[in-house]
Design a protein around this ligand. Structure first.
Ligand code: AMP
Length: 471
């Protein structure tokens, strides 16, 4: 089996890898690193959990170590585009971790925070800039950043970019890049629009590496489905948390409001919980994530978009409070556990009107998920009756329900998408081609407004999105 020491990586990188405890490259790393070190373009078909971040960060850092020079002012030597703030932050953290013994500077730039700190951070030039597309375009228009000095361009999670309406902004950004450059392009799937984009961005004959973790991830995860009445899911969730092995759990809901309600309902039964979704401020999300990572909260309740790209080790369980509308999201969700080769457990709740969604999931994942029927369960009935009301409006009936609900007397009629309030729309479904459609959860919309030119832009914002350097 290949070891990192066989790949010819610069010494400071090997030292950092040893610090991380990484010995063997993952398949995508073993296949991508030598070619990228040699300067080739790369087309990587891979999703999070495969080790793709290190697959591009390590050879890029190696090239920086081999060719030390100052980054050009207001520019960067490496540009990484990420669809979401969370993923951008994580990529930035990975560059810092792997580059910690080699004197590099890393800046992360995303929307939702002030411009001033980002401008100051970029002013002297940085080695690596990780950015979300909308905010980067703002900076380019204001000329606070130029891309003239970019030697290597990484486009991460291209298919998510498509889902979030970022394809046009990406094409605009590419126009700012020098013609001669190395390109690394990553996508979990290859819809035709993405394939077209690869042709526009990559140099001819890129190295192609495809890893298909979906099946292997699915196989490594201990999965089960629990059939349960919609109105008893709260009691069932609380019952799961009676099991002490549910140590660090991500609970998925389909809606933002659902996430808030589930988090509150867990708190009511004494389970520390935090919700993250697109309506939370950047600060709230960061605090929630930090508390979850530190083990201060047992449950992180998240919508699909907010959870995208979140890489937290040692997630013991993934619970799907509702099944997702798109079967692929099921695979993404359960992939939050079983990170980096570990095993994990995934539990999905399925109400009667979600059976069609379950069928689709089993078809796509080509598996039959072991199921247990908890309907008409007395204990759950009693537990449900004993639960206190959750504050706030009751959750509306989910649109995704594939069939009309039979207990019509208890439920409000289904509402369709067009009737749903924008703030409460589903975040899970793809919204191809839309402008940031599907909610602006973990990402930012392509905003073409320039930064405000008011005096306040020079103040604050520096610590969170500023530059990091160990030079
Ligand atoms: P990624 O697919 O980049 O999101 O990485 C998934 C997880 O695997 C992250 O927690 C990485 O820190 C971890 N990881 C990446 N490469 C390795 C490796 N070679 N050995 C062990 N863990 C790794």
């Amino acid at each position: 089996m290949t070891q990192f020491t066989d790949l010819g990586l610069a010494k400071p990188l090997l030292k950092a890898l040893a610090d991380e405890g990484y010995v063997n490259p993952t398949p995508i790393q073993a296949q991508a690193i030598p070619g990228v070190m040699a300067g080739r373009d790369l087309l990587g078909i891979a999703q999070t959990g495969t080790g793709k971040t290190a697959a591009f960060a390590l050879p890029i850092l190696h090239r920086l170590a081999e060719d030390k020079k100052a980054a050009p002012r207001r520019s960067a030597r490496v540009l990484v585009l990420s669809p979401t703030r969370e993923l951008a932050t994580q990529i930035g953290e990975s560059f810092k971790a792997y580059g910690k013994h080699m004197g590099i500077s890393v800046a992360v730039v995303f929307g939702g925070v002030k411009y001033g700190g980002q401008m100051r951070a970029l002013a002297p030039g940085v080695d690596v800039l990780v950015a979300t597309p909308g905010r980067l375009i703002d900076h380019l228009q204001e000329k606070s950043i130029t891309l003239e000095g970019v030697e290597t361009f990484v486009l991460d999670e291209a298919d998510q970019m498509l889902d979030m309406g970022f394809i046009v902004p990406i094409r605009r950004i590419v126009k700012f890049l020098p013609r001669q450059r190395q390109n690394l392009f990553f996508s979990a799937t290859m819809p035709s629009e993405i394939e077209k984009l690869t042709g526009e961005i990559l140099n001819p004959n890129p190295l192609k590496v495809s890893v298909t973790p979906a099946a292997t991830t699915v196989e490594r995860i201990n999965q089960r489905v629990l059939f349960v009445e919609q109105q008893r899911k709260r009691a069932l969730l609380s019952e799961l948390f009676d099991d002490a092995s549910f140590k660090r759990v991500i609970v998925f809901t389909r809606t933002k409001r659902g996430a808030d309600r589930v988090a509150r309902s867990l708190e009511q039964v004494g389970v520390e919980a935090a919700a993250i979704h697109g309506d939370k401020s950047q600060g709230q999300r960061e605090r929630a994530l930090a508390a979850f990572k530190a083990g201060e909260v047992r449950a992180l309740v998240a919508t699909d978009i907010a959870a995208r790209g979140i890489d937290i080790d040692a997630v013991s369980h993934v619970v799907q409070y509702e099944l997702p509308n798109v079967p692929e999201a099921y695979v993404h969700r359960i992939g939050r556990t079983a990170r980096a080769g570990a095993d994990g457990s995934a539990v999905a709740f399925c109400a009667d009107d979600e059976r069609n969604l379950l069928k689709d999931i089993e078809k796509v994942t080509r598996q039959r998920i072991p199921s247990f029927d908890r309907r008409n369960d007395r204990q759950l009935g009693a537990a449900t009756a004993a639960l206190p009301e959750v504050a706030g409006k009751p959750e509306r009936q989910d649109r995704a329900a594939a069939q009309p609900h039979r207990q019509g007397h208890q439920k409000k009629p289904n509402r369709n998408h067009s009737q749903a309030k924008p703030g409460h729309r589903h975040e899970g479904g793809p919204a191809r081609g839309g402008n940031g459609g599907g909610g602006n959860g973990g990402g930012e919309r392509p905003a073409f407004k320039g930064p405000r030119r008011g005096g306040d832009q020079r103040s604050g914002g520096g610590s969170r999105s500023g530059v990091w350097s160990n030079r």
